[in-house]
Design a protein around this ligand. Structure first.
Ligand SMILES: NC(=O)c1ccc[n+]([C@@H]2O[C@H](COP(=O)([O-])OP(=O)(O)OC[C@H]3O[C@@H](n4cnc5c(N)ncnc54)[C@H](OP(=O)(O)O)[C@@H]3O)[C@@H](O)[C@H]2O)c1
Length: 258
């Protein structure tokens, strides 16, 4: 079967912008892309972390900013374009997560999570798409989550933000692929990062950020649309997703405290 995107096997010279590169999966993906010969612009708020990851690599560029600052997107995009001559692949990897039951949700915190996880992607798209569409090439990679497959208590705001990203990636694919722009939907299972350190339960099929980064690069290299891993875990969740509600709800209820 033909892959849904054009395979991107050679990363040498590829200009990659990673949003959320100061820790976890984004930092590991930056290292993976650099090792494969890409030019990598690393963004997040913590400049010291970005500089430490970029240190000593002439193909790495630390570009700190807050993704909630819309003007900063324009400025940072201009800075990177001036240095690298353009962007071939942007990876939206930043997120805000707080485990909370529905009755604990604070509306201000919820708005911040939604703006970080979803709103910022719209700002980013408005920033990078015009040049990609004009060129008729490029790649948009959106890191969503298996938490977006179906409603899970504890992911009261994070889960809906990831479900929205899955929907967004799907419509972007249909919109942009005919115009030469590839779209990748990345749905990781559990990965050991500062984000999941907040979880108080035992995470099944937990992966290292390095394994996650490798799976993402290999998925993009082979032109997949949905890149989900580890598959022994994500395929089981896909099965649960297709169960009728009357079977799925009792199954999920058994996983959470009453
Ligand atoms: N870990 C998992 O099990 C798992 C599973 C499924 C999906 N994911 C997804 O994978 C992605 C990476 O998560 P992770 O686990 O690697 O978490 P992480 O280590 O906490 O990384 C989150 C990144 O987002 C950045 N960020 C957050 N708010 C920002 C803001 N306002 N402006 C700029 N950058 C901001 C953080 O940098 P600064 O704090 O320096 O700004 C950090 O680099 C996320 O989209 C997450 O939802 C993770």
């Amino acid at each position: 079967m033909q892959p849904l995107n054009a395979p991107l096997r050679d990363w040498a010279g590829l200009r990659v912008w990673i949003i959320g590169a100061s820790s976890g999966i984004g930092a590991a993906l930056a290292a993976e892309a650099l090792q494969a010969g890409a030019h990598v612009a690393l963004s997040a708020r913590r400049a010291d972390r970005l500089q430490a990851i970029a240190a000593g690599n002439t193909r790495a560029l630390a570009v700190p900013f807050d993704i909630l600052d819309r003007d900063a997107w324009t400025q940072r995009h201009a800075d990177i374009s001036a240095q690298l001559g353009g962007i071939d692949l942007i990876v939206f990897c930043a997120a805000d997560y707080r485990p909370e039951r529905s009755w604990d949700v604070n509306p201000e915190r919820a708005a911040l999570t939604l703006e970080t996880n979803l709103g910022s992607v719209y700002t980013g798209l408005a920033t990078v798409l015009p040049a990609m569409l004009e060129r008729g090439s490029g790649g948009i990679a959106i890191v969503a989550s298996v938490a977006g497959y179906f409603g899970l208590p504890n992911a009261s705001v994070y889960g809906p933000s990831k479900a929205a990203l899955i929907n967004l990636a799907e419509l972007l694919y249909v919109d942009l692929r005919p115009r030469g722009v590839s779209v990748y939907l990345i749905n990781p299972g559990f990965v050991q990062t500062p984000l999941t350190a907040k979880n108080e339960f035992t995470m099944p099929a937990l992966q290292t950020p390095q394994a996650a980064a490798r799976a993402i690069r290999e998925g993009i290299a082979s032109g997949r649309f949905e890149i989900h891993f580890p598959r022994r875990f994500t395929l089981a969740l896909k099965f649960v997703k297709w169960l009728p509600y009357r079977l799925r709800f009792p199954l999920i209820s058994r996983l959470v405290k009453p």
